[in-house]
Ligand binder design. Sequence first.
Ligand SMILES: Cc1cc2nc3c(=O)[nH]c(=O)nc-3n(C[C@H](O)[C@H](O)[C@H](O)COP(=O)(O)OP(=O)(O)OC[C@H]3O[C@@H](n4cnc5c(N)ncnc54)[C@H](O)[C@@H]3O)c2cc1C
Length: 307
Amino acid sequence: MSEDPVIVAGAGPTGMVAALGLRARGVPVEVYEAEPEDRERPGSRAIFVHGATLRTLDTIHPGLGYDLAEEGMIWPTRRTLFRGEEVFSRTYENDRSAGAGLPPFTSLPQVWTEDVLLDTLEEVGIDVTWDTPVERVETRADGVTVGTGDGETREASYVVGADGAGSTVRKEIGADFTGDQSANSFIIADVEEVSDDPRPPERVFHYDDPDLGGRNLLIVPFQGGWRVDVQCKPDDDPERIASDEVIAEYTARALGERYRDRVEWVSTYQFKQVNAEAYTGEHDRVLLAGEAAHLFAPFGARGMNSG
Ligand SMILES: Cc1cc2nc3c(=O)[nH]c(=O)nc-3n(C[C@H](O)[C@H](O)[C@H](O)COP(=O)(O)OP(=O)(O)OC[C@H]3O[C@@H](n4cnc5c(N)ncnc54)[C@H](O)[C@@H]3O)c2cc1C
């Protein structure tokens, strides 16, 4: 077995967990990240961490699943409405007492999840080399030569390409994305929590919401805030709905007037379901992981969780 480390490209959630998993198995690992250490990641992004993910993380690094569960919150009730009428509601047990085990999920902004992962990397002594993108990947039968943005060339036994949707590693191994994307757009807004709000923390799916002109609305609470997700109609102009005035108005209608001025971040997206043609390169020395390998539509919270 080669003495060279495994090189992980990308310190997003997938790259950090890959590094922790390798370290847990005693494999030497180095992580290279394109962005600087003091970067600011946009918005809440992946707010839902599945119980299965918590259990996997806790296997890789005992306590990590519980650390994340502690940072997040659980909304016990799911409600579904159609044109203003409730058609489904379910409330789950939410036993957070000591000894109850890991919860079925936890809900927190992705940047918090990443902070917890980064702290865990530090705890086990894995350094991230920031500001140093992986630019070139050449595989041989017995290893990989990796060129990085600092002009250095490094030898690796294997490479994990966890460098996100625009993956350089994927391009280097010549694996294209194939798949499709939805025709209509979605607007997603992060709304800061009002501390004395009596509104219960419920996830609400409202199909054909009359208050939003018949658009579909999804509201999801997470630690520190609410996600408001509006599905545009086919002939909507997404930029107009994402404008400050319109999203503030929709937020006020969805969550109440007190939330009108609490929108912190707005983004527009389309459902993409794409897959790399291959997850490994020639000689099976490179593995694509997370969004470098596949993109899912956000509903179902499979983006970060699958990584
Ligand atoms: C608006 C929005 C909402 C979302 N909501 C959810 C949700 O509710 N639930 C869910 O599960 N997912 C959600 N996602 C998806 C989730 O954010 C991603 O699936 C997740 O970040 C993927 O993690 P990753 O580590 O694979 O990639 P990334 O988080 O993209 O990390 C890749 C890392 O690689 C770095 N990098 C890039 N190029 C290089 C290079 N050449 N060399 C070295 N480093 C490089 C990047 O700087 C980055 O740090 C959402 C995404 C968006 C945009």
